[in-house]
Ligand binder design. Structure first.
Ligand code: SF4
Length: 192
């Protein structure tokens, strides 16, 4: 059985591999998120697993910010991601960009199999309107252009901890549950 620290390291390994595949995809496709966009972060129906926010919760705990974020999430009843910071300049609009979840990484740059068994590019309207989009979508469909497969990445998370990866929740609930998981883990250890 893996410790929490080992699970966090495994999830981060999956993120690293995904980030590498996304970089390759952006390289060959010419598709990209325009600087400062973050429009997808404002969606009110984002669903996520608890496990994908385990690194976020773990690092917040280590940096003494876990209780702060837990309180913020408890106060918040908006469906929009609570850790989003629209005032922020620079890398994305996420307050904790480095520890964002897998859905945040996959959005815009992933694929799934359609009902005919062919790969289909999953992306947003902004990217669909980019000049390189039609050619990139055809390349993905022909199977000759590599793009992260959403289902495969969720399976990798499932293999790390099926209980934390099995269910999808509204993003703020997933964030809250990840923080609670980490806080309970250390509360138990600190008492022992
Ligand atoms: S995925 Fe689309 S909406 Fe999200 S940041 Fe990129 S371009 Fe903007």
């Amino acid at each position: 059985m893996m410790t929490l620290e080992q699970k966090v390291a495994e999830v981060e390994r999956v993120f690293e591999k995904l980030d590498g595949e996304i970089a390759q995809f952006r390289g060959w496709s010419g598709l990209y998120c325009p600087s400062g966009c973050g429009k997808c972060c404002f969606k009110a129906d984002i669903e996520a697993t608890v496990i994908e926010f385990l690194p976020f919760a773990f690092h917040m705990y280590k940096n003494g910010k876990a209780l702060h974020w837990l309180e913020e999430l408890k106060k918040n009843d908006s469906p929009v991601c609570r850790i989003l910071n629209p005032q922020q300049a620079g890398q994305g609009l996420c307050s904790e960009y480095k520890y964002r979840g897998i859905i945040c990484r996959l959005f815009g740059y992933s694929s799934r199999k359609n009902k005919y068994g062919k790969a289909e590019l999953l992306t947003c309207e902004i990217i669909k309107n980019q000049e390189s989009y039609p050619a990139a979508a055809r390349t993905v469909e022909s199977g000759s252009g590599k793009v992260p497969v959403m289902h495969d990445y969720y399976l990798q998370l499932y293999a790390i901890d099926m209980d934390l990866a099995r269910n999808f929740y509204p993003v703020n609930k997933a964030l809250k549950m990840a923080l609670e998981t980490v806080l309970h883990y250390y509360a138990y250890r600190n008492e022992a």
